[in-house]
Design a protein around this ligand. Sequence first.
Ligand SMILES: [Zn+2]
Length: 177
Amino acid sequence: MPFSLLPPRGAFAPWGGPAALMKVLDLQCAHGHLFEGWFASEDDFQGQLARGLVECPMCADTAITKRLSAPRLNRGAVAPAPAPEAAAPAKPGRQEVMIPPEAALQAAWMKAVAHVMAHTEDVGERFAEEARRIHYGEADERGIRGQASREETQALLEEGIAVLPLPVPPALKGPLQ
Ligand SMILES: [Zn+2]
């Protein structure tokens, strides 16, 4: 996620959480472990897969394949019906996601992101540096947004700095990138 957000303390993610609008893929490692992967897009998945960044949460295997969707497996009378998704027990680490059923909801989400963007300072590539300055009291406390690498974001989280992904709809990105 190229954009990151450091919300003012006490703020929450009004658009429904960091994983909103992510693509969820059913994945399987070479040892047969089944898990879900979260990606910005199919291209994002393929890119991460090619770089060995997709790994099985159970055994860290990186030989990952996408599982066939249930309808494609369920051909012929002998195929057992797949268990209903809703009956699956909640797995640890799962996140709230959504597909807005109505244009109005999507508009509300866009409005929320626009609100966040209007009330945070864009510090661009200096995001990680500025987030630390704020965290350690060297700069005024305020909401900022900008770009951070996966590694930078991980390091910030380990330092106890509550950085959130900021999924910016293309329509709102403007001249940023
Ligand atoms: Zn595995």
